[in-house]
Design a protein around this ligand. Sequence first.
Ligand SMILES: [Zn+2]
Length: 256
Amino acid sequence: MERDINNKLTNLLKLQNIDSRIFDIKKIRGALPDEVQDLEDELIGYKTRLENHVNETGDLTNSIEDYKNKTKDAKKLIKKYKSQQLNVRNNREYDAISKEIEIQELDVKIYKKNIIETEEKIETNKVSEKETKKKIKNRKADLTEKKSELETILSESKGEEKKLNKEKIKSSKKIEKNLLLSYNKLVERQRNGLAVVIVKRGACGGCFNVVPPQRQTEIKQKMKIILCEFCGRILADVEAIKVEKKKKPTKKIKKK
Ligand SMILES: [Zn+2]
């Protein structure tokens, strides 16, 4: 009986290990497509911004042209009025024409001021255009990098995932049907994909709630399958507090 439960827990832990690796692969893949999408959206935004800048510069250039034409017209009028002034019949007529000339001269001044202001706006706009172009260039480079990263991960993980899935099938066969069913349900329910955990530093390895010492003793005895009372995960074992024999990368203990 004891050995039976022990085997079950060992097999469950093995399966969990495989599933966790598959989970990690999917997680990495899951983030990259989003990042690529974000960059693509950002690029569209910058391109629209650049388009707006270019359009605005075009409009501003047109309005300068407009002010120049209006200035020409005003100057023509001034010339005309001045020649009319030479043929006036009385002072009243002379003054009336003088008033018209004054109005036109004021307009010319306003047009000149407008032209200067518009030219300044165009300059500012060109600086923004340059900045936006630079951003587009950078984002494009980022996007190319992320896309190739994604392709690499996809091609790499495809092989590994296939291998892991084979291992998963093999590992699953060692676990009885009902237990496997509960395990799969448990995996689906957990956001981190962990269904079978071990007690680490006196706490559940899944939800980190404290596991009382009495319960830890029961878990170690492996007489039955024990679930975490907080998260429902299977508590397969208790981490050894002493020097870990299994996890040490280099075994320097000489067997004599
Ligand atoms: Zn728990």
